[in-house]
Design a protein around this ligand. Structure first.
Ligand SMILES: [Cu+2]
Length: 218
């Protein structure tokens, strides 16, 4: 009991939930997710409710054969048209978000993300590399992601979508943090024995702090 309590106390709750978005890229992804989620809930309740209703209302009460019904044009039209309209909405919302989620607004800076077993490195515009990703808040940071060896994936769920790191190829994505803070992520593609050690730490500071940090970089 004591050991379990000590263990629980030692485990800091870490917020890596995409449901707790902390920047425009992640929040846009979340808004699409929530729209689709609530639409799916609507379908679940309507379809599940109708099935329950039919099972109870039309349950077998005796051995008489009930009236046999073949086809109902109105009903068939309705259950074709309604899902179609819903899919159009989902398609429209997804399609209109794709460019923003992948490319974002015009970037304020570009940082290269170089993955290798088992760490990420970040190369800043001045050519210097660091093992943490430090960014200014309220700025669009374009990421150019590649790998030196095998597949990896860069993902900081509270700041943006996942970007695959592929050897011999550069993929791009972007992140932006609205508030200063530390945002965590991990390599999201099983890449070998040390995969679990491949953590990501994004440190977001105000642009003033960032500028002095950047100028002092050795
Ligand atoms: Cu990995």
């Amino acid at each position: 009991m004591i050991a379990a309590g000590a263990l629980l106390a030692a485990v800091q709750p870490v917020d890596v939930s995409p449901l707790d978005c902390a920047g425009p890229d992640a929040c846009r992804i979340l808004s699409v997710y929530q729209f689709v989620f609530w639409m799916a809930m609507f379908v679940l309740v309507v379809v599940g409710g109708l099935i329950l209703y039919a099972a109870i209302r039309f349950r077998r009460r005796d051995d008489r054969e009930p009236p046999q019904v073949h086809g109902n044009s109105r009903l068939e039209f309705a259950w074709t048209a309604l899902p179609f309209v819903m899919l159009i909405f989902i398609f429209g919302l997804t399609f209109s978000s794709m460019d923003f989620v992948r490319n974002g607004p015009t970037a304020d800076m570009t940082i290269k993300v170089i993955a290798q077993q088992f760490a990420f490195q970040y190369q800043y515009p001045n050519g210097k590399r660091r093992s943490d990703l430090t960014i200014p808040t309220g700025r669009v940071v374009r990421l150019e992601v590649t790998s030196k060896d095998v597949l990896h994936a860069f993902w900081v769920p509270r700041l943006g979508g996942q970007v695959y790191a592929i050897p011999g190829q550069t993929n791009h994505g972007w992140i932006e943090a609205s508030q200063p803070g530390t945002y965590l992520g991990e390599c999201n593609e099983l890449c070998g024995r040390g995969h679990a050690l491949m953590q990501i730490q994004v440190i977001a500071m105000t642009s003033g702090q960032y500028d002095s940090w950047y100028a002092a970089m050795k």
